[in-house]
Design a binder for this molecule. Structure first.
Ligand code: S3P
Length: 173
């Protein structure tokens, strides 16, 4: 079983994903880190040297590699669900979980994570919030195709992890 965590940058896919993998006894894959290892360069370098479309193609290839994995939590990149057919792929070969958060909460969590994310580089606090307010509604229709949607506002990362563990125990064989 592959558990795909989806959602906007900063929603906690990687940090909660690591915790989930530990609790479920699953392996863990951080998709951006995996793509960086395969490509031998960082996501930012990929955007700079080859453009965003090149990176999106690497994301599609990576997803195809994960399709047959056993018992693994995959923290996907925030743009993965928007790639043509990617939500279908993830829903076909695993369980998808969307960590849903308001732009305000995402902006707070992203204040220290701007530099390694090419889409956020150089934005001040106001520009960051404006960017999230514009992009999130465009992405919601894709994120919303997840099998489990968790409203993550006002709750701790531990609570979110607990919610997913209980869902997996009760609903997934
Ligand atoms: C992106 C999200 C990033 C990374 C890249 C593009 C996006 O991953 O894949 O910078 O388009 O939302 P995280 O969601 O892990 O930050």
């Amino acid at each position: 079983m592959v558990l795909f965590l989806v959602g906007f940058m900063g929603c906690g896919k990687s940090s909660i994903g690591r915790q989930l993998a530990r609790r479920l006894g699953y392996g863990f894959v951080d998709m951006d880190a995996d793509i960086e290892r395969q490509a031998g360069m960082t996501v930012s370098e990929m955007f700079d040297r080859h453009g965003e479309a090149y990176f999106r193609e690497r994301e599609r290839e990576a997803l195809a590699r994960y399709a047959g994995l056993a018992d693994t939590v995959v923290a996907t990149g925030g743009g993965v669900p928007c790639g043509v057919g990617n939500m279908e792929t993830m829903n076909r070969c695993g369980v998808t979980v969307y960590f849903k958060m308001t732009p305000e909460k995402l902006a707070l969590r992203l204040r220290h994570g701007r530099d390694k994310r090419p889409l956020l580089r150089g934005k001040d606090d106001g520009e960051l919030l404006a960017f999230i307010r514009e992009r999130l509604p465009q992405r919601e229709p894709f994120y919303g195709q997840a099998r489990l949607v968790i409203d993550c506002d006002g709750v701790s990362d531990d609570y979110i992890a607990e919610h997913v563990v209980r869902y997996m125990e009760n609903s997934v064989k």
